[in-house]
Design a protein around this ligand. Structure first.
Ligand SMILES: Cc1ncc(COP(=O)(O)O)c(C=O)c1O
Length: 456
């Protein structure tokens, strides 16, 4: 059959509210033109994030009923630990309440002021955690990854020359670890090849620097490797994930992505000293090491979800949804990051709205237009999220101005995507009238979540 169907049936539904355009206009103004501040029920199609927004399976809901809520050494922890060990092979496993908690513990225990942390691209919370610990977070994605229109496989790869130069320039002593994010969310959800992972590991290892994988979308990355990298076509996604983690000295994970759960994360490592540091910080911040800020039922849902994410048919369908949207946008000449990433379609807001300079935040212009026209909530990944302010107080724009439409897992059907395509098409046809924005309020860190805007 040519049609790729959802490999599941739906047995519980959640109503979607359809607001009038006037009501959406009022809601957006009340949210200070920042879609993070909207009420979720005012969104018709909510593509703000794929994080924690997925639908759980019957197996996960059933597993939750088995949740053992004992404080220490629960049965649920044992299942969680066994599953995470099977996938990652790590010696030490720590549950956390979500990914940023794992990053926070890593940064707080291993990073010192003045350190440098290379990554293909740091995600916003990763960057914030590293910088909060006093480090410089450096992005070393390959040049292909910086060209949104370029069709190339594995655009999430790290540039090995840039990595080597970074180590030579700063010295290995200043680099407590190197990171690689799979898939590369900030850079358009682009995958990292196994060959690149292996080479990054080799380079870091040569200098005695550990490799930490930001593994939020490890299963989607495994799917890309199976489909597009020579030598992996006959491997299971679990085998590919196992090889992926074999190159990691440690990993941070948000189980809200490829854990197919609504909350949760973990931090794993092999080194005993790191484990001791992590354990102490975990007890201080998250909880006892066998629950780490999660309920027993969450540990159960994650243990099942991690394996479901590695189901090949699920990944085929997941990828087909992203392809479905991206193919139709390309046909309509809407500028998007190519090829389609793993969990989202990224629109190139700079090319979509060439009349807006980065200082007019084209990404915010596009996000708000999508909401006003169709009640679609996306997110800006551009100069608001990643722009920097230099010592003189001047804003340095981000290299890319993207709008991410992230797909919650197992939530929306094909007709929702057809509605989305119609919305984008209408915004595209009226693009020259879309205004830029200015910021009227912002906090010092992670401003995109709560800042206020005003149309220009
Ligand atoms: C690549 C990446 N790293 C880390 C995180 C942080 O995870 P969490 O939202 O669970 O704190 C995210 C979340 O979107 C992410 O995409």
């Amino acid at each position: 059959m040519r049609t790729i169907i959802e490999p599941f049936r739906i047995k519980m539904t959640e109503p979607i509210k359809l607001l009038s355009p006037e009501a959406r206009g009022k809601a957006l103004a009340a949210a200070h033109y920042n879609v993070f501040l909207l009420d979720a029920e005012d969104c018709t199609i909510d593509l703000l994030t794929d994080s924690g927004t997925g639908a759980m399976s019957t197996q996960q809901w059933a597993a939750m009923m088995l949740g053992d809520e004992s404080y220490a050494g629960s049965r649920s922890w044992k299942k969680f630990e066994a599953t995470v060990r099977e996938i990652t092979g790590a010696r030490h496993i720590f549950p956390t309440h979500q990914g940023r908690a794992a990053e926070g513990i890593l940064a707080q225990t291993q990073v010192r002021p003045g350190d440098v942390i290379p990554n293909n691209n740091h995600f916003d919370t990763t960057r914030a955690n590293m910088e909060f610990a006093g480090a410089q977070a450096v992005d070393l994605v390959c040049d292909e990854g910086l060209d949104p229109a370029l069709e190339a496989p594995f655009k999430g790869n790290m540039d090995l020359d840039k990595l080597e130069r970074c180590i030579q320039k700063n010295g290995a002593a200043k680099i407590p670890f190197g990171m690689i994010t799979i898939t590369n969310n900030t850079g358009g959800g682009q995958p990292v090849s196994m060959a690149n992972l292996r080479a990054v590991k080799k380079t870091l290892h040569k200098h005695g620097i550990p490799l930490v994988i930001d593994a939020c979308r490890f299963a989607e990355n495994a799917y890309f490797i199976r489909e597009y990298e020579a030598g992996y076509g006959d491997k299971s996604l679990l085998e590919i994930a196992q090889e992926t983690f074999s190159y990691a000295d440690a990993a941070t994970m948000s189980c809200k992505k490829d854990g197919l759960a609504n909350i949760g994360g973990f931090l794993v490592c092999d080194d005993d000293q790191w484990a001791e540091d992590f354990r102490s910080a975990l007890i201080l911040r998250e909880g006892f090491p066998t629950y780490g800020g999660l309920a027993g039922r969450d540990l159960e849902a994650i243990a099942v979800g991690l394996m479901e994410a590695l189901d090949y048919d699920y990944q085929v369908y997941r990828h087909a949804t992203v392809e479905y949207l991206s193919k139709r946008l390309i046909e309509r000449e809407v500028p998007i990051v190519r090829p389609a990433g793993g969990h989202a379609v990224f629109i190139d807001a700079k090319a979509f709205l060439p009349h807006l300079s980065p200082r007019m935040y084209p990404g915010i212009g596009l996000v708000n237009a999508l909401y006003l026209v169709g009640g679609v909530r996306g997110v800006e990944l551009g100069s608001v999220m990643f722009g920097r302010v230099d010592k003189g107080g001047n804003e340095i724009p981000a290299p890319l101005e993207l709008v991410r439409l992230a797909f919650p897992r197992r939530v929306y059907t094909q007709s929702h995507f057809d509605y989305l395509i119609e919305t984008i098409e209408e915004v595209w046809q009226n693009r020259s009238a879309i205004p830029g924005y200015r910021i009227t309020y912002q906090p010092k860190i992670l401003r995109h979540f709560v800042c206020h805007f005003e149309p220009l």
